[in-house]
Write a protein that binds this ligand. Structure first.
Ligand code: PLP
Length: 400
């Protein structure tokens, strides 16, 4: 009898966490590695949020809470959805979890049966297909291409839907590309979903506040109210308020689904950290200046990175609408050889050689389901990014 469960054999560990760990080990061994693989803001959590957490500790708010969140936070989340997205929810329609990741996982665990299909547009956040497999479902990947701005079309969605389709996971702006769906593009997708009542939508709106220029964020239930009854609108504070370590994510949707997610959570983590929940009330209800300041920094960094990467012969780097990633194509470099003799046969070989020979850690495109590309997280200082892009430029120029 095997000791490890069969379900575990269906999943692989997160490649971005693996590369970030390797970069950390190389740094600890004395190498001057620049890490651009982690998906988290380099800023500190705003002071007002930290102060709210300290106050919660001092006031003894350090005990178990209701499994899916304190009522004060649920109310703040309802206000946020009304204010930012024009969506009306009551507290019984809200679930708070240990990060956006747990919220998505709870929803999949609560709903998937063997054979159920989940449509995932690629390039995708690395965890979606594995979370679907772990929950017993079957991921169905639909590829967005460089030429379509890494977005899928209504025709592609229509073709991917079968009677077994249970969910579409919709992430805009996206990790890893930063591509965002404009209202008319999203409407074309929701029109398709309106014709298939068995399909639900799980949104991942983690990067809602990190959008640039004239791009306006929109979310499916807002664009198509007819989908309200079968949409789980997911969001969190990790990226918007530099709170990755606090582990709070949340979602709103139909009461029955929220109750099923509560059941999963009550038998796994019990409840998200009480102190982090009080900090999140402050994040959502307190001053919002941090969002504006971080956005300004990210747009400046995006422009710097896009410009420097596009100067490289063989690299094409589209300009993203949001998040803090770029996803350049290295089509023009495939088939070359590095100075140490590594054949750049695919994007994984490229990323490995870049780390080994130029001390820059990025994540290869295959991890996100679209090659040959690599993902740069530009959540680093301007000087660090300039130096990293210089290293990438000279590494690419050294390929023969
Ligand atoms: C698209 C996307 N969804 C969800 C998450 C998970 O966020 P959290 O830290 O809240 O679990 C991430 C984090 O990298 C992400 O990029």
């Amino acid at each position: 009898m095997p000791f490890l469960s069969d379900s575990l054999s269906r999943v692989k560990p997160s490649p971005s966490i693996a590369i970030t760990t390797l970069a950390g080990e190389l740094r600890a061994a004395g190498r001057d590695v620049i890490g651009l693989s982690a998906g988290e803001p380099d800023f500190d959590t705003p002071d007002n949020i930290k102060a709210a957490a300290i106050k919660a500790i001092e006031e003894g708010k350090t005990k178990y809470t209701a499994p899916d969140g304190i009522i004060e936070l649920k109310r703040a989340i309802c206000d946020k959805f009304q204010r930012d997205n024009g969506l009306s929810y009551t507290p019984e329609q809200v679930s708070v979890g240990t990060g956006g990741k747990q919220i998505l996982y709870n929803a999949l665990m609560a709903t998937l049966n063997p054979g159920d299909e989940v449509i995932i547009p690629a390039p995708y956040w690395v965890s979606y297909p594995d979370m679907v497999r772990l929950a017993g479902g079957t991921p169905v990947i639909v590829e967005g291409q460089l030429e379509t701005g890494f977005k899928i079309t209504a025709e592609q969605l229509e073709q991917a839907i079968t009677p077994r389709t249970k969910w579409l996971i919709f992430n805009s702006p996206s990790n890893p590309t930063g591509a965002g769906y404009r209202a008319d593009e999203l409407k074309a997708l929701t029109d398709v979903l309106m014709r298939h009542p068995q399909v639900w939508v799980m949104t991942d709106d983690m990067y809602e506040h990190l959008v640039f220029g004239d791009f306006t964020f929109c979310t499916p239930a807002e664009i198509e109210p007819g989908l309200y009854e079968r949409t789980l609108t997911c969001n969190g504070v990790s990226k918007a308020y530099a709170m990755t370590g606090w582990r709070i994510g949340y979602a709103a949707g139909p009461k029955e689904l929220i109750a099923a997610m509560r059941k999963v959570q009550s038998q796994s983590t019990s409840n998200p950290c009480s102190i982090s929940q009080w900090a999140t009330v402050e994040a959502l209800e307190g001053p919002q200046d941090y969002i504006k300041t971080s956005k300004e920094a990210f747009v400046r960094r995006r422009d710097l990175v896009v410009e420097m990467l596009n100067q490289i012969d063989g690299v094409t780097c589209p300009v993203p609408d949001g998040a803090f990633y770029v996803y350049p194509s290295i089509k023009g470099l495939i088939g070359r050889t590095s100075p140490a003799g590594t054949a750049i046969s695919d994007d994984e070989a490229f990323a490995k050689a870049l780390l080994a020979e130029a001390d820059v850690a990025v994540v290869h495109g295959a991890a996100f389901g679209l090659s040959p590309n690599f993902r740069v997280s530009y959540a680093a200082s301007d000087d660090t990014l300039r130096e990293a892009c210089r290293r990438i430029q000279s590494f690419c120029a050294s390929l023969s």
